[in-house]
Design a protein around this ligand. Structure first.
Ligand code: DOR
Ligand code: ZN
Length: 343
């Protein structure tokens, strides 16, 4: 197969940052995706509907000329998010989810949730209004091994939460383990999951190939090969509970190549092509369209995209660096070739 034509995909988990950094990365996403769920972990975080709407305007203004890319906004959940704010968010028509960052779990999560019980009133309102909860699913207990944090979160927090709010729509974001795949499979239709391209393509050995590799560091961290295999199986299964979310998370090069490097992998420059590689390796290119362009919209209750994109089997070399505001970033597979090209 030399050409692959798909309905235009959507990215159901994306970090765009703000200001000149956003302007630098937005075009990569807008070329490929019709819409993206945009994460609210700016500094300061987007805790109100008004902040999310203002951010939306800045994204719209930064779109490349002629682009009709649509940012789908999210709210950052805190211990103190009032139920009224949830209602405002839903009413705005532009906020499509509320993001739960356990406090301290990842980048800019300091204002996140310290105890989920503090959010019960907000969650109840979300359940009533059908506004999805988007979950960074990692335990923040320092005694839990970093590779076990997703499993611990599911057992200790998500499981009880789904029992308490049985009709709440939940997306378990960027899943990384067989345990998460299994939990999503056996739980009701109101629970779905996104999967990144980097977790489909790499296991934790990629963090230590001949030396420490800060550009492969993200959260949740890459896991063992058996977990990668479970993710590939889930993504290519045709089960609509699993859909595309790149978690493309740009950081300046210096913030990654540092004594304490930031978590996040930039993948938007090849946001659909990297998935095509993973699906082809699994012999499942025919399953890519559902995963990338249909299941997410269905879960969020949004219409499907009408236009299409085409990938040609044509090698191109990923640049070593990409301009990023006043600095630069290092994209995934920098300096290597990618066998699919967007035309
Ligand atoms: O690797 C990550 N980067 N994981 C996250 O949860 C946050 C993200 C970021 O914002 O950089
Ligand atoms: Zn993310």
């Amino acid at each position: 197969m030399d050409r692959l034509t798909l309905k235009r995909p959507d990215d159901w988990h994306l970090h765009l940052r703000d200001g000149p950094e956003m302007a630098a990365v937005l075009a990569d996403t807008a070329r490929r995706f019709a819409r993206a769920i945009v994460m609210p972990n700016l500094n300061p975080p987007l805790t109100t509907t008004q902040q999310a709407l203002d951010y939306r305007q800045r994204i719209l203004a930064a779109r490349p000329h002629g682009s009709d890319f649509e940012p789908l906004m999210t709210l950052y959940l805190t211990d103190d998010t009032p139920p009224e704010e949830i209602a405002r968010a839903k009413l705005s028509g532009h906020v499509h989810g509320v993001k739960l960052y356990p406090a301290g779990a990842t980048t800019h999560s300091g204002a996140g949730v310290t105890r989920i019980s503090r959010c019960f009133h907000a969650l109840e309102r979300m359940q009533d209004l059908g506004l999805p909860l988007l979950v960074h699913g990692e335990s923040t207990d320092p005694a839990v091994d970093v590779f076990d944090r997703e499993r611990a979160f599911i057992e200790e927090t998500l499981g009880p939460l789904m029992e308490r709010f049985p009709a709440l729509k939940v997306v378990l974001e960027h899943i990384t383990t067989r345990d998460a795949v299994h939990y999503v499979e056996v739980t009701g239709p109101n629970l779905a999951a996104t999967i990144t391209a980097h977790h489909l393509l790499m296991n934790r050995n990629a963090l230590f190939m001949g030396g420490i590799r800060p550009h492969h560091y993200c959260l949740p961290v890459l896991k063992r090969e058996e977990h990668r295999e479970a993710l590939v199986e889930a993504a290519t299964s045709g089960n609509p509970k699993f859909f595309l979310g790149t978690d493309s998370a740009p950081h300046p090069r210096g913030a990654k190549e540092a004594a304490c490097g930031c978590a996040g992998i930039y993948t938007a420059h090849a946001g659909i092509e990297l998935y095509a590689i993973a699906f082809e390796e699994a012999g499942a290119l025919d399953k890519l369209e559902g995963f990338a362009a249909e299941f997410g919209a269905r879960f969020y209750g949004l219409p499907g995209n009408r236009d299409r994109i085409t990938l040609a089997r044509e090698e191109w070399t990923v640049p070593a660096r990409v301009a990023f505001g006043s600095g630069e970033l290092v994209p995934l597979r920098a300096g290597e070739t990618i066998p699919w090209k967007l035309i």
